[in-house]
Design a protein around this ligand. Structure first.
Ligand code: SF4
Ligand code: SF4
Ligand code: SF4
Length: 165
């Protein structure tokens, strides 16, 4: 069953998003256009074979990398009748970057490289500059797929919009 997002909450949502824009499905329109176009039908959520999309605040579609990796198959885009997702809007589906937070185990002297091992783009390196190397993400290689997020044992890895990194 589809559910129309609560338009009365749009301004409140956009106000909150000024501080932190949610991660939308790949090839989403710019945020203000996306919340205008997305009807909250949930078709993208149902179609995603990786089950990494959910209906978030206000019913709008959200990518949750804690659930797994986006393979960029494009099924969500094909399912989106209102074209809130549009492969023509950008060559890259996202302008996002993985960032390791303070909980990252090597920062506390514990060896871990789960994120590097999961990254299909080989975007994560552990420079040997300290006794316990910590992860550094190469922004030129990272495509925001989220594969490094769910595998982190302490939920230290997150996907961030480039302008908010
Ligand atoms: S591109 Fe494919 S794997 Fe990625 S969110 Fe869309 S449907 Fe899921
Ligand atoms: S298919 Fe399109 S309109 Fe429907 S919830 Fe997903 S992004 Fe929104
Ligand atoms: S988001 Fe994907 S490409 Fe970027 S560092 Fe994580 S696993 Fe690698």
């Amino acid at each position: 069953m589809s559910a129309v997002p609560d338009r009365s909450r749009r301004a409140l949502l956009l106000g909150r998003q000024a501080a932190r824009t949610p991660l939308r499905p790949p090839w989403a329109l710019a945020e203000s256009e996306f919340v205008d176009a997305c009807t909250g039908c949930g078709a993208c959520v149902e179609r995603c074979p990786e089950q990494v999309l959910v209906r978030g605040a206000g019913g709008y579609a959200v990518f949750d990398p804690r659930l797994g990796e986006c393979t960029f198959c494009g099924d969500c885009v094909d399912a989106c009748a209102p074209n809130a997702l549009d492969r023509d809007v950008a060559a890259m589906p996202w302008h996002t970057l993985a960032v390791a937070g303070d909980a990252c185990l090597p920062r506390h002297g514990v060896v871990c490289s789960s994120c590097r091992d999961a990254c299909p783009e080989r975007a994560i390196a552990f420079p040997l500059s300290t006794s316990v190397p910590t992860p550094v993400v190469d922004a030129a290689r990272c495509n925001g797929c989220g594969a490094c997020v769910g595998v982190c044992p302490v939920e230290a890895m997150a996907i961030t919009h480039l302008e908010q990194a």
